[in-house]
Write a protein that binds this ligand. Structure first.
Ligand code: MG
Length: 249
């Protein structure tokens, strides 16, 4: 498989898919409150997707049963919404993808439930900063490793670690296209970036060690050392003018 270059027309559709994803994530953010069960978020997503005429990317993917991933505290990614009750001070990673007119949008953010402690707040800010640092170097003729290195350096220079076993990815008609985009790497290495590439960048950043373990449900990925983790993701297009974030309202 190789990296698929999108036309302007295809990117315009991905802009619509991305806007739907961002709209729903913003809504979920506003709805989060202590005492809520994580499965309530899934119900909201179903209703909003129907209103907006889009389909969920994750439901049925390798047998995943929900419409979004909800990962709490030391859970990194792929948490399944269910009976878990959210408490004041939890941090919740919401990862959500939608399909619109045959194209995918994929984004994630971590948000605090009520008031969170300063360490958790700083973790979330750092992870979002790492994503922005990766996006900032996504210009035509840069290399994929420049993105990976920018993300890694941003997080590690602040004393955090980046998850290594899970990566960003190309995206388009398929949720996961070439290339894989590790959140660590060396500048000046990897494929050359071209205008028309559409990529999902998604740093997962831990307060402690980068190592992970798989939960009992065989989906949820957790930090091996039990430390807090955050996750931010955007789908972007590389254009002649530079990076364009597609998953915005
Ligand atoms: Mg993704």
């Amino acid at each position: 498989m190789s990296i698929i270059i999108k036309s302007n027309r295809e990117i315009a559709i991905m802009r619509q898919a991305g806007s739907i994803v961002a709209t729903i994530l913003e809504l979920l953010k506003l709805q989060l409150r202590p005492g809520m069960k994580t499965k309530e978020l899934d119900v909201i997503v179903v209703g909003e997707l129907e209103k907006l005429g889009a389909k969920p990317s994750f439901k049925g993917y390798h047998g995943f049963t929900a419409n979004l991933c909800v990962s709490v505290n030391d859970e990194i990614v792929h948490g399944i919404p269910g009976e878990r009750i959210l408490h004041e001070g939890d941090i919740v990673s919401l990862d959500f993808g939608a399909i619109f007119k045959g194209f995918q949008g994929d984004a994630a953010l971590t948000v605090g439930v009520g008031k969170v402690n300063p360490q958790a707040k700083e973790l979330m800010e750092t992870t979002e900063g790492a994503l922005k640092a990766g996006i900032a170097v996504a210009y035509p003729e840069a290399r994929l490793g420049d993105i990976s290195a920018a993300i890694q350096n941003y997080a590690e220079s602040r004393g955090y670690s980046v998850v290594r076993e899970y990566t960003g990815h190309g995206i388009g008609r398929e949720m996961h296209e070439e290339p894989q985009i590790p959140n660590f790497g060396l500048p000046g290495t990897g494929p050359v970036l071209k205008s028309g590439m559409t990529l999902a960048l998604e740093p997962m950043v831990n307060i402690g060690d980068w190592r992970t373990k798989l939960g009992d449900d065989h989906w949820t990925v957790l930090t091996a050392d039990g430390s807090l983790s955050a996750h931010f993701e955007h789908t972007i297009a590389i254009t002649d003018a530079g990076p364009e974030v597609l998953t915005i309202v």
